[in-house]
Ligand binder design. Structure first.
Ligand code: DGL
Length: 271
């Protein structure tokens, strides 16, 4: 049995999709969440910058005695996972492979769409992984750079003209291409699930990156004997690098609990 917490990080709110999943499938585990809200979005930045930020995020999380880390960020997972795994002596799970496995399990026509940040699409990581797992699959990918800032600004609700207009522009070509599965390759995007599902229609299955990595972590903890006492109820601590109030507001809606004054601000430049 291992009582130590699990670290989860993202550039901002997106990693909450992994937190929501972890709470459902590993409710007994303690979580430490870090959202780098002072520097979000990461997705338009150079690989070196993303790695530099990700190293700092990991160093901050490792100021706690953790048993594992989930990189609940597509951008960091697609660009920096291997380096972070090599540099750290604890299990680190990214989002790419678990998400691709899930997409292949649900697609019937083997036409898979993938939307993510520019850095993730540029990296080619989803495509490479998908084709390694099934060389016959066809993947169509598209960056959606306006999604992250809109989500961070709380524009996540049906009926919001701005997010709906942007989403239609990004997604209609995907729909026309005939994909039956759409990977939400950036962990911010599941906060837009309703809007994306309205445009894609009920026949297209949405696969969320953050959720799948939570299942992967569960498997890994079990194999390595790192699960905690299953009868307890785990807690969560939230840290951000900028004003906690905005984070708390959208996080409360998304997680369905009152996070008022639950997040603390830290200075990420110290790490
Ligand atoms: N949630 C992130 C991802 O999964 C971050 C996006 C960003 O900061 O641009 O890619």
């Amino acid at each position: 049995m291992d009582m130590r917490p699990i670290g989860v990080f993202d550039s901002g709110l997106g990693g909450l999709t992994a937190v929501r999943s972890l709470r459902q499938i590993l409710p007994e585990e303690d979580l430490i969440y870090f959202g780098d809200t002072a520097r979000v979005p990461y997705g338009g930045r150079a690989r070196e910058t993303i790695l530099k930020y990700a190293r700092q995020d990991v160093r901050f999380l490792r100021s706690f005695d953790l048993k594992a880390i989930i990189i609940a960020c597509g951008t960091v997972s697609t660009t920096s996972l291997e380096t972070l795994q090599k540099e750290n002596d604890l299990p680190i799970v990214g989002v790419v492979e678990p998400t691709c496995r899930r997409a292949l399990a649900v697609t019937k026509n083997r036409k898979v769409g993938m939307i993510a940040t520019q850095a993730s699409v540029r990296s080619g990581a989803y495509e490479e992984t998908l084709l390694r797992l099934d060389p016959k699959v066809e993947m169509i990918s598209r960056p959606c750079p306006l999604f992250v800032p809109l989500v961070e600004n709380g524009r996540i609700h049906r009926g919001d003209v701005v997010i709906e207009t942007v989403a239609r522009e990004y997604l209609e070509p995907m729909k026309e291409a005939g994909v039956d599965t759409l990977i939400l390759g950036c962990t911010h995007y599941p906060l837009l699930t309703e809007i994306i599902a309205d445009i894609m229609g009920p026949e297209v299955e949405l696969v969320s990156a953050g959720e799948e990595s939570a299942f992967e972590l569960k498997r890994l903890l079990k194999i390595r004997g790192l699960r905690t006492d299953e009868d307890r109820k785990g807690g969560a601590e939230f840290y951000v690098s900028d004003r906690p109030e905005d984070f708390e507001c959208t996080a409360s809606v998304f997680l369905g609990e009152d996070l008022h004054r639950a997040a603390r601000r830290i200075d990420i430049d110290k790490y």
